[in-house]
Design a protein around this ligand. Structure first.
Ligand code: UDP
Ligand code: MG
Length: 139
């Protein structure tokens, strides 16, 4: 499993608020290369499947509603140590706990609507990338 790629989504709240450009700027400035990228919208079935690991959690229904309410930017990013470094760049799940300067500290409204997704392992990065992109869409 390659360790130099991660998967991200700029979530519906970030797109609605016009933060695509600012967040991509930060991603580029932090040394990530964009391998794949598109504006897309998840169906309810997509979101349920993507977040299936959370299906027993109390926030699952709200999470699926939120993630399907508008378009997202899905992207694959490349950098040495991509998964861990991107998790550092986005900050804690709850923006109240996120470090200064992180994407969630800057752009997230709440633990639910937290602007951006980042894969939590190399294995999940590969699964999530394949969920959203065909091989010919990856560069
Ligand atoms: N989430 C939520 N309430 C919680 C925890 C998580 O609404 O108490 C949402 C939030 O959008 C989060 C997503 O569910 O990004 C996935 O949760 P996870 O624990 O995997 O956080 P992440 O990996 O995104 O930091
Ligand atoms: Mg997670």
């Amino acid at each position: 499993m390659r360790t130099d790629r991660t998967f991200t989504m700029l979530k519906p709240d970030a797109v609605e608020k016009g933060h695509i450009g600012a967040i991509l700027e930060k991603i580029n400035a932090s040394g990530f290369r964009i391998v794949a990228m598109k504006l897309t919208q998840m169906t309810t079935q997509d979101a349920k499947e993507f977040y299936a690991v959370h299906s027993e959690r109390p926030f699952y229904g709200e999470l699926v509603e939120y993630m399907t309410r508008g378009p997202i930017v899905a992207a694959i990013l490349e950098k040495e140590n991509a998964v861990e470094d991107f998790r550092t760049l986005i900050g804690a799940t709850n923006p109240a706990d996120a470090a200064e300067g992180t994407i969630r500290k800057l752009y997230a409204a709440s633990i639910g609507e937290n602007a951006v997704h980042g894969s939590d392992s190399d294995e999940n990065a590969a699964i999530e990338s394949a969920f959203h992109f065909a091989g010919r869409e990856m560069f």
